[in-house]
Write a protein of this length. Structure first.
Length: 227
């Protein structure tokens, strides 16, 4: 939005609410920074609080006030939106145009057109109505923040569950491979012991008779061993 207004050759001032917004805009748009409000983390955004904040914003002269926030739609969907608020003069002109249209059917608008109400009435009405808009924006932004935290925690829990499942599969596979290796070693040792026990009953010379083409050195070696 700042870039869009820059392209339109508009003068831009930024006023932030919250620490994160302040740090971000001071870093990237420091030359437009006009002020900030902090320490509203645990504040309930009622009409009184929003009225106080709007008083701070009203000290800045503006033609258009773009109130940007995250609109809460559901736990899984939040979108950035902007309310466009006109100046007090724009508000008064809008009221007068409406009074001209409705003066014949509304006593309220007749009194406005004929200036039967005090001038402070328009100022109070402007402040009250726009404080309601600001309260709505701040509450939605808070709901969006909480929804974002919920989604973040939910994704973390799901990722942790997937990680545990993957590690469990790897552990069971490694454990099964270890058990299989041990069984193979046990069976191999058993077979080796069985073959050794069977070979003790066979005479050494009988074993030699099974070889053909053995040389005399081998026989003498065997004989010397048997002696």
């Amino acid at each position: 939005m700042v870039t869009f207004l820059e392209d339109k050759d508009k003068s831009v001032l930024l006023y932030t609410i919250g620490k994160k917004a302040r740090n971000m805009f001071k870093k990237f748009f420091k030359k437009y920074f006009a002020g900030f409000i902090l320490n509203l983390k645990d504040v309930l955004f009622s009409i009184d609080v929003s009225s106080f904040i709007f008083d701070r914003l009203s000290k800045i002269k503006y033609d258009r006030l773009y109130l940007t926030f995250n609109r809460y739609f559901s736990i899984n969907m939040q979108k950035a939106l902007s309310y466009i608020i006109g100046s007090p003069n724009d508000f008064l002109n809008l009221i007068m145009d409406k009074a001209n249209q409705m003066e014949k059917t509304s006593l309220f608008f007749q009194s406005i057109k004929n200036r039967f109400v005090f001038d402070s009435f328009f100022q109070d009405l402007f402040k009250f109505s726009h404080s309601l808009i600001l309260a709505d924006a701040l509450q939605d932004n808070r709901y969006s923040f909480l929804a974002g935290r919920f989604n973040g925690m939910d994704n973390t829990v799901r990722s942790t569950g997937d990680l545990i499942e993957t590690l469990t599969i790897k552990y069971n596979k490694a454990r099964q491979e270890h058990i299989t290796t041990e069984l193979i070693e046990i069976i191999s040792c058993k077979e080796a012991i069985t073959v050794a026990e069977d070979s003790e009953d066979i005479p050494l010379l009988a074993t030699l008779d099974t070889f053909e083409g053995y040389d005399e050195n081998f026989i003498s070696y065997v004989v010397s061993v048997s002696e």
